[in-house]
Design a protein around this ligand. Structure first.
Ligand SMILES: C[S@@+](CC[C@H](N)C(=O)[O-])C[C@H]1O[C@@H](n2cnc3c(N)ncnc32)[C@H](O)[C@@H]1O
Length: 224
């Protein structure tokens, strides 16, 4: 039963993940567990997704400020968020990745507002600051309860018209634990129920196409 996996040894669940990520090289390949080659497909898919939602006009999402959650070295910030938003903040639990981000982002890092080094389970985003809160390949590191509470805080951190985006692996059925990086992979129905529990509504959803067949399906959900 997955509750015992995620809730039972909560301190170990988080502690083991921190230890795991501390040993991962601060590279795109490190961020993607050896699948650095899919980064372009991923980022192009995300750009097409986001472009449907941002812009001028009724119900559209603004482009002032974005937050990259579980940002790592800033793979997504560099190619997706900094080109589309004036300011981007990064939050990650691994200090070494955030240190590397300053180099990896280059000149454009001058438009980074803040680098927050903390677990999302403890992070309180500034109320009303963000047009887009991007959460990719990190929800499996939070327990159900922490994920719901984090999403609630994210909702409070949105500017008018803002959206929270979750892009992540989905399991075929149920919850699949990964003892190597100390995470879980939830099926889409479970993710959707946690989103609903947080009081968020799905405004757009897509499956990422063209990924290798042997990896999990990846879905992108826009929420507000
Ligand atoms: C698979 S990588 C994805 C990085 C980035 N989102 C990307 O797609 O390139 C997972 C990231 O989540 C971070 N992480 C793991 N547990 C976390 C937690 N509880 N809170 C915040 N970040 C966490 C790791 O340090 C790592 O940078």
């Amino acid at each position: 039963d997955y509750k015992s996996v995620t809730m039972g040894e909560e301190a170990h669940f988080y502690g083991n993940a921190e230890v795991y990520w501390r040993d991962v090289p601060p590279t795109v390949d490190g961020m993607l567990g050896g699948y650095g080659s899919i980064s372009n497909i991923d980022l192009n898919g995300s750009k097409a997704f986001l472009k449907k939602l941002i812009g001028e006009g009724e119900g559209k999402t603004g482009t002032m400020c974005a937050l990259d959650c579980g940002a790592g070295i800033g793979r997504i910030t560099k190619r997706l968020l900094l080109p589309l938003f004036q300011t981007v903040d990064l939050v990650d639990v691994t200090q070494e990745f955030l240190d590397q981000a300053r180099t990896y982002l280059g000149e454009e890092s001058k438009r980074v507002g803040h680098y927050f080094c903390t677990g999302l389970q403890d992070f309180v985003p500034e109320p009303g600051r963000y047009d887009v809160i991007w959460i990719q390949w990190v929800i499996g590191h939070l327990t159900d309860e922490h994920l719901v509470k984090f999403l609630e805080r994210c909702q409070g951190a949105l500017r008018p018209g803002g959206i929270v985006v979750i892009k992540d692996n989905v399991a075929y059925e149920g919850v699949v634990p990964d003892d190597v990086d100390s995470s879980v992979c939830r099926d889409l129905q479970i993710v959707r129920s946690l989103v609903a529990k947080a009081g968020l509504r799905i405004v757009h959803q897509e499956q990422q196409m063209d990924f290798p067949k042997e990896i999990y399906q990846v879905h992108t959900l826009a929420l507000r």
